[in-house]
Design a protein around this ligand. Sequence first.
Ligand code: ADP
Ligand code: GLC
Length: 481
Amino acid sequence: MKILHITPELTPWSKAGGLGDATAGLVKALAQEQHQIRVVTPLYGSIAGREDFPILIPSLKVHVAGDPAKAHCRIRQTNVTEKCEAWFIEHEDYYGSSEIYPAREDAGERAAFLSRAALDICLAMDWIPDVIHCHDWTTGLVPVLLNTTAKGTFLGRTASVLTIHNLQHQGIHGRRILPFLNLPEWLYHPDELECFGGINFLKGGILHATKVTTVSPTYAKEILTPAYGFGLDEYIRRRQNDLEGILNGVDGDDWDPQTDPQIAQNFSEKKLAGKKACKLDLQKKLNLDPNPNLPLIGVVSRLWEQKGLDLTLHPLRRFLQEGKIQFVLLGSGDIALENAFRNLAEEFPLQVAVRFGYDNALAHQIEAGSDFFLMPSRFEPCGLNQLYSLAYGTVPIVRSTGGLADTVKPWTPGSKEATGIVFHDADSKAIEWALSQALELYADSKAYKAVQKKGMKCQFSWKSAAESYLACYKKALNQRT
Ligand code: ADP
Ligand code: GLC
């Protein structure tokens, strides 16, 4: 099969969260399966060495209306792996800045351009994909284009798969996006793309994709309900027969404690000594008391409401006051939350360290050096950090939602299959309970080690996800022809 992925994030070139890791891991695994895989993504200003990427198409006219001077872009190419090419859209005005999701007035147009340009590259290259796999709201209009404007072109039989990585971000933009993409006006209707007087990109993708997937089986069920549907559950229910949850995997090239070059000492399930060195290194680096016996709880996260970290402040303070834990956080986002964690660090300088901003090496060091990893998410489509934690012998403490519920097996005293601590309610009380469970487990070093090792043995591979996606592509193709 010829499969085209379209994504706003592709690790290592661009990453704002798990989406970059997920698209990179998936396309690499798909390329291993002897299919022709291409990825289209913007060439952001932050991409190192971008002017050295070979030019594939010097000037491509994209079928958009509006300012003719902005309709042209250049396409550069580089390889994700030997078997998988990435096609980068170079357009200084839209993508020249370093931000992936800037708050710009033309954010909708910028995303719409990515969708249309991806189709125009295929037509220009005479490379007609069997399936186009789009990711999240930025690419949500691709299935709409395939069902309407592009129907009479060589792309008329191309099937589409939309993966929802996060339903909260839907991309609601002005109605003028329709004429910009030469899309028909009848799409401006509540049963189509219309939403609060604008155009909802993700809704368009959900209604028009041949198949819709999301990144865990539990999230696939949750988004059918008003509690998790962010206003789109009604439309997702309409597509229930074409909806599937496929778990993300771990990219071992990037996240493997045996080979990770960014951590103090490599380690494995059989040789855990290196993990102790990683803990000490992290404590020293962050000026914490280098105490090997206090359980160190780590967090690497976007500081958004989704992640539930506001609920942790009260319970953390209790255990910090009792001198029972250390806590490390790397994140960025909500300023009030940053300040609250900054205050916590000032209050407990030897027990708490916080860092704000994006720091990939520190993210790896926290995964490697912590004893526990806390993810109290209000919702979590999949979550990659708990998977990385399992691989790094860092026992996850998670709320039972979405992919967290699908990947972490709850500990109770004496349990044999457990891989982490799991709690149910999205409130401080439940988190306090989970932390006390973690302390109880940690106090029994034999039981802690057993949970740790069980987690390290888990296999969440992109190979198995790729097989599920291939089966999904085949079904989509059958439906399209
Ligand atoms: P989400 O995509 O919702 O943010 P995931 O758990 O799927 O959550 O993925 C988050 C990814 O982003 C992980 O690879 C994590 O290490 C990384 N990450 C999040 N915040 C930071 C940060 N401040 N610095 C470095 N990496 C980060
Ligand atoms: C989103 C989700 C996260 C998921 C990631 C990759 O950002 O919030 O749960 O792991 O996408 O699919």
